[in-house]
Design a protein around this ligand. Sequence first.
Ligand code: HEC
Ligand code: HEC
Length: 202
Amino acid sequence: MTRLLATALSLTLACALWPSGSATLAAEGEALEAAAEFRSIANKEERSAALFVEAGRVLTHARCINCHPAGDEPLQGELGSRHEPPVRRGRSGLGVAGMECKTCHQKENFDPGRVPGAPAWHLAPRKMAWEGLSLPEICEQLKDPARNGNRTVADIVEHMAEDALVGWAWTPGAGREPAPGDQETFGGLIAAWAKTGAVCPK
Ligand code: HEC
Ligand code: HEC
């Protein structure tokens, strides 16, 4: 009982401190190492795997995982909570009749309502789910045409660097933590990973 009360109190405190708290979060340790920082690793395979591990800080971030869930519903927030209101992916990830994603998710974030937005907002197909996978598993899946939408490694590099839903992760709207670094640095890591043989970490 006392512990419950303490938890409730610290939660209230955390909420009250939220704006300054998140600013501190963004300032500390959120930088993403650029591909050039990895030149000193002489062994090409080791370098490739190390580049992927750094890129993995983005891939496993809530901004990506929430839209690449294992189930039929998107996730939300920093801890991958259940999407409120409850929605289903539907046949093409666009939602179901009457509850389509685009009913609420517009082309841009709508900060007054905390609703994130980007063009063609929809859920990644089930076979592209990353939720619950380890980083090496995500890596293998990314390279597997049967599970990546029939893409080559070059297509994956392009998608990571150019796609608007990927890019949204760095401008996620009010009250949401952006993915580490920026899309350009992330795209550079993925390109360097591909160039060094797209080796997956163990
Ligand atoms: C708003 C939802 C949404 C967000 C946020 C999102 N994705 Fe996706 N992602 C999708 C959808 C939908 C597809 C399927 C696109 C297709 O195949 O046409 C996809 C496919 C992909 C693919 C290609 C297929 C695969 O899984 O190999 C990659 C790579 C990818 N996303 C990376 C990311 C990364 C990295 C982030 C975070 C920085 C991210 N996504 C965030 C919806 C999202
Ligand atoms: C009835 C309105 C509504 C519908 C329909 C809807 N959403 Fe949402 N969604 C929201 C709101 C509101 C939030 C923000 C909640 C918050 O953070 O307070 C949200 C948040 C999200 C997030 C969390 C982003 C993050 O990283 O925190 C994802 C992912 C998402 N929605 C995907 C979808 C997908 C995919 C669909 C369609 C299958 C969909 N939503 C349908 C209202 C809706």
